[in-house]
Design a protein around this ligand. Structure first.
Ligand SMILES: C[S@@+](CC[C@H](N)C(=O)[O-])C[C@H]1O[C@@H](n2cnc3c(N)ncnc32)[C@H](O)[C@@H]1O
Length: 218
């Protein structure tokens, strides 16, 4: 898949997201920590994980299996260098989450933060359903339109501007409709506003108990 994400150095992405004027890295890591505390998932997948923002929040006593998914293999390499020692059996999946070829064993919590802006929701949600255990949780963070802030904030990390032409904001209503279509039910929703003027929607969905139940051998 041709995407500008393959050409953006991780240092640029992380530098941009961590700028005090942007503040998104910390917000996304805090949300992840809150989800881990709320659901104590035995297994988790972070889809569109970049270099592992928030992975330091994972408690390996509660969460014994961690999968990291990203289209950029260099991001996953950096993530592995940072966390493989702390997270035994860390699973890395490099590829396009829109493709049914990208599969991994289902998990109890999927975190997809600022991913849907770059992918088609329907195929991704079909894939995420297959990757979610019965009663598992999918948490998404969407960027909301802002009257004042540019979709990709200007910063010294100019490589990020390559994302502007391919970034498409998804409305929470659209994501909800696609998630329901895939079989998820909504659990909760909230909005977050940052001092930069940017706003975000956090939506949490659950896969009902009867879905994706493993078939026992006869
Ligand atoms: C805006 S970043 C979000 C990163 C991360 N969630 C965080 O907390 O900073 C989007 C991430 O999704 C990845 N990505 C974009 N398109 C993708 C795709 N089709 N399949 C898998 N990952 C993708 C990018 O490489 C990037 O790491």
């Amino acid at each position: 898949m041709d995407t500008p994400w393959l050409d953006i150095p991780l240092a640029d992405y992380e530098g941009h997201m961590s700028l005090s004027t942007i503040g998104q890295a910390q917000m996304l890591a805090t949300l992840f920590a809150e989800l881990l505390a709320e659901f104590s998932p035995p297994s988790v997948a972070v889809v569109g994980c970049a270099g592992g923002n928030g992975f330091d929040q994972i408690c390996m006593e509660a969460t014994r299996r961690v999968a990291a998914v990203d289209i950029n293999p260099h991001y996953l390499e950096a993530l592995s260098n940072r966390y493989a020692d702390r997270i035994p059996g860390l699973e890395l999946y490099a590829g396009d989450i829109q493709s049914p070829a990208l599969t991994f064993a289902p998990v109890d919590l999927i975190y997809a933060a600022l991913l849907f802006e770059y992918v088609a929701p329907a195929p991704v949600l079909a894939n995420l359903k297959a990757a979610c255990r019965p009663q598992g949780v999918l948490a998404s963070v969407l960027q909301l339109p802002s009257g004042t802030a540019a979709a990709v904030s200007p910063s010294p990390f100019t490589s990020l501007q390559a994302l502007a032409p391919v970034m498409h904001l998804v409305t929470p209503a659209d994501l909800l409709a696609h998630a329901k279509e895939a079989g998820f039910v909504p659990l909760s929703a909230k909005k977050i506003a940052l001092p930069s003027g940017k706003k975000f929607a956090v939506q949490v969905f659950q896969l009902p108990a009867g879905e994706n139940v493993p078939i026992r051998p006869p």
